[in-house]
Design a protein around this ligand. Structure first.
Ligand code: ZN
Length: 509
């Protein structure tokens, strides 16, 4: 009897051992990696997917396609408190804290109460935490995960909160100008001297004498400011990193392509290092990776720039999926905070195709141009963003014409260049005449006008220069990814993640 009991126990033990980890993996994730494409509506995802289908020599399968094949796909509503369209700050707050709030608000509910975020939940569970963005660490999306302020423009306070609360172990982004004392310059700071010039230098944007870079170092952060410093950092001996790669924000991906060797890390490089450091924690980690400038390229109605941002997102997603394959207790979620611009690749009357003689001998002719892979060839010949071209033209029409023609497959007339740059006497900046009220960022309007003018050559049109209502895709793979099927609300991103770790959101701080 004793022997039988012992055999039974041994047998049960073996069964548990062999089934246990599989059950464990299937139930809850140890690690969660949330990828947010800022402004990455289905239009931007479609742009990347069709590029990969129609451009010769494209990849067999994009990482976003692989994630869809392996995981679950849903649709996510992005509305904010009381209104249909959302701002990035309220959307970040929804996804990080699980509450709908007012536009511009960060980490607070609609009544102004500071809320706990998934970063607080992760810390409570003993997990390491990381935030990555190719905008800046004080920008709306990353800020939503650690700060609580009334308005996203309060970036000095956001930077102070980052250091004071030091909830985030690994932060890799830009925004050094909000971390250095008033009256000083990024490139002169003793810990930021390696900042590549292409990443942007410049004066402090603080109103006080605090040196948050030094304060962060005193709290155990390794400070890095260039691609080389990031690469050289030994993950084995590093627990906390503050990477500030530039003054205000990364240049758009199209303006810092790898062959230009800018010294600025790519989103994938930052993601790889962050995972190396965070995954040392035996209790797991939370990491948010923001591909933040898809939105900026779309506000500027620049389709080629949007495509480059999407490629950078997909590259980072590849790094994440490679890790998730090694550690299947990882839940990977890809979504967006909203859609921007209302991009359309649409059939049009420009350059309709020639008639085709079919195998039957009949002649077939299309009335319109339905767009083929050649639009992507044109997009990829663009080597500078429209925003950069406008800046480099110093608002001189002749120089803008030269900028466009030297850096793209497009040509424009002097008259067109003048129209793109012409300032409205009342508003002081150029305005697209048909959609004035939907182009609210004066400094970006020349770029958007270029995008609208040249769009017919890439078969693309834009609706607006602002955010739209379009529900966004949500794709997840790994433990609990089945929760992301069907129609979701962006607050559920936070509540499901918290639930995965046995906690509840929303919760006041
Ligand atoms: Zn956004």
């Amino acid at each position: 009897m004793k022997n039988t009991l012992r055999s039974l126990c041994l047998f049960l033990g073996l069964v548990l051992l062999s089934v246990g980890p599989v059950l464990g993996e299937a139930s809850t994730p140890k690690n969660i990696i949330l990828v947010i494409g800022d402004g990455m509506g289905p239009e931007a995802v479609g742009l990347l997917l069709y590029y990969n289908r129609f451009f010769p020599g494209a990849k067999e399968e994009l990482n976003v396609e692989r994630l869809m094949r392996l995981g679950n796909t849903g649709y996510c509503l992005t509305y904010q408190y009381g209104t249909i369209v959302t701002d990035s700050a309220s959307a970040a707050t929804a996804m990080a804290c699980g509450v709908k709030t007012r536009d511009g608000m960060i980490g607070k509910d609609q009544d102004g109460r500071p809320m706990k975020s998934i970063v607080d939940v992760a810390r409570k569970r003993g997990k390491a935490t990381g935030l990555i963005s190719n905008t800046r660490i004080t920008h709306a999306t990353p800020a939503g995960f650690y700060a609580a302020v009334l308005h996203r423009d309060m970036e000095s306070s956001i930077a102070s909160q980052f250091v004071e609360e030091s909830k985030v172990d690994v932060a890799l982004s830009s925004g050094a100008q909000f971390f250095i004392p008033k009256g000083t310059n990024v490139e002169a700071h003793e810990l930021l001297r390696s900042t590549p010039k292409a990443a942007g230098w410049g004066p402090s944007k603080r109103e006080d004498d605090r040196d948050l870079v030094m304060e962060a170092r005193a709290k155990g952060y390794s400070i890095v400011a260039s691609e080389r410093e990031l690469k050289e950092l030994d993950p084995g001996s590093t627990r906390r990193i503050l990477g500030l790669f530039g003054g205000v924000a990364f240049p758009l991906a199209i303006d810092r392509q790898p062959q230009m060797a800018t010294g600025i890390p790519r989103l994938g490089d930052m993601t790889r290092k962050a995972i190396e450091v965070l995954s040392k924690n035996p209790d797991g980690f939370f990491l948010m990776v923001e591909a933040g400038q898809i939105d900026w390229a779309e506000h500027a109605n620049d389709v080629a720039a949007t495509l480059h941002e999407m490629m950078e997102m997909d590259e980072a997603l590849g790094v994440i999926m490679e890790f998730a394959q090694r550690d299947p207790s990882t839940l990977v979620i890809l979504t967006a905070d909203h859609s921007t611009g209302g991009l359309a690749i649409a059939y049009n009357a420009h350059n309709p195709p020639k008639p085709v003689v079919l195998a039957t001998g009949e002649t077939w002719k299309s009335k319109f141009n339905f767009n083929d892979g050649s639009i992507f060839e044109i997009m990829l010949k663009q080597r500078k963003s429209f925003t950069r071209m406008v800046l480099d033209s110093r608002r001189d029409p002749g120089t803008l014409k030269k900028e466009v023609e030297e850096n793209s497959a497009f040509s424009i007339t002097l008259e067109e260049a003048s129209r793109v740059l012409a300032r409205d006497p009342e508003k002081g900046f150029p305005i697209p005449c048909d959609q004035q009220d939907f182009y609210v960022y004066g400094s970006m309007n020349s770029s958007a006008l270029l995008g609208r003018l040249l769009g017919k050559k890439t078969g693309t049109a834009w609706a607006v220069g602002t955010h739209t209502h379009t529900p966004v895709m949500i794709v997840a793979a790994g433990p609990m990814s089945e929760k992301f099927r069907g129609l979701l609300d962006n607050t559920q991103v936070a509540s499901i993640m918290a639930e995965a770790w046995g906690e509840k959101l929303p919760e006041p701080r």
